[in-house]
Design a binder for this molecule. Structure first.
Ligand SMILES: [Fe+2]
Ligand SMILES: [Fe+2]
Length: 292
């Protein structure tokens, strides 16, 4: 039952538009995302921009050289990374490293933010694994989308606290999942809030879509494989860490996609466990500043 006093989805999304720095994103990433919209942008311009932020450029290099990110070549500089990995991968790396840093709250309103990031990192690693299984062209899209998929929860926590509290209270009181609590009580959910933020930040449309639909993959999307991959990775991570049921939502999928989802779910107890080492080292990288 929706509670009218909370207002409608539009009101909350508009409110995000009016908060000046929601949440504080490094200037360099904002400019980088805008730059990618420009088709004539040169490799030198991108390289120069990333290198203006020493912290981000060194973290991007550490990430692309990390075992869990999955490139074998040793990358020595941003220009080298742009050359051998391409714009898209470098941007995904920059998005990934700046995002975890951008929202540095630890614990608030009884919500464990470190645990939140651990889940997001597990989904990133699992989504990248699944992307490789289906030979997706850019598995790092899946990594970045996995890392971002629940970002709307943190945005709610910080900027729309009355919504967050209403959902979080019923998570605790009624033992609901966060998403079910939102569906029952809120006019808008974290998937919509996260997608709205990603749009404000000029993130690539593929990532926006994967965030928006991670709980309910639609039949048609710009990159349906990416959406399905993140949905699956999220289910698997929730199942293994919180004991949530592994029930994929395949109602709206085409039969081919639905079969893929069911096959991967059937084998999840094996493939997800095999990723535990990678998830650990990715958590070490993002949460402690070095690989575990
Ligand atoms: Fe979610
Ligand atoms: Fe999730």
């Amino acid at each position: 039952m929706k509670q009218e006093s909370l207002g409608d989805a539009k009101y909350y999304l508009n409110r995000l538009n009016t908060i000046r720095d929601v949440p504080t994103m490094p200037e360099v990433l904002f400019r980088l995302n805008r730059m990618f919209l420009d088709e004539d942008v040169s490799i030198e311009k991108i390289e120069h921009l990333i290198e203006t932020d020493q912290a981000i450029s060194s973290k991007v290099l550490m990430l692309v050289n990390s075992a869990f990110f999955g490139f074998r070549a040793r990358v020595s500089s941003i220009s080298h990374a742009l050359m051998i990995l391409g714009f898209n991968t470098v941007r995904n790396a920059a998005i990934s490293v700046s995002l975890v840093d951008a929202i540095r709250i630890r614990q608030s309103r009884g919500f464990d933010v470190t645990e939140f990031w651990r889940h997001s990192i597990a989904v990133a690693v699992a989504a990248k694994y699944l992307a490789k299984q289906i030979r997706m062209k850019d598995p790092d899209n899946a990594f970045a989308a996995g890392l971002l998929h629940d970002i709307g929860k943190l945005v709610m926590l910080q900027f729309l606290p009355e919504l967050f509290d209403r959902a979080w209270n019923s998570v605790r009181r009624e033992n609901l999942s966060f998403y079910d609590a939102e569906s029952n009580y809120l006019p808008v959910d974290h998937a919509a809030v996260g997608a709205h933020l990603a749009r404000m930040w000029h993130f690539p449309s593929l990532l926006i879509e994967a965030i928006a639909h991670h709980h309910n993959p639609p039949k048609i999307a710009e990159d349906i494989e990416l959406v399905v991959t993140v949905h699956l990775a999220d289910l698997a991570a929730n199942h293994f860490h919180r004991g949530a049921p592994l029930l994929p939502d395949t109602a709206d999928l085409f039969p081919g996609q639905a079969i893929f989802v069911r096959d991967q779910i059937a084998g999840a107890s094996q493939w997800f466990r095999e990723l535990e080492g990678e998830i650990e080292s990715a958590s070490g990288f993002f949460l402690q500043g070095g690989e575990a």
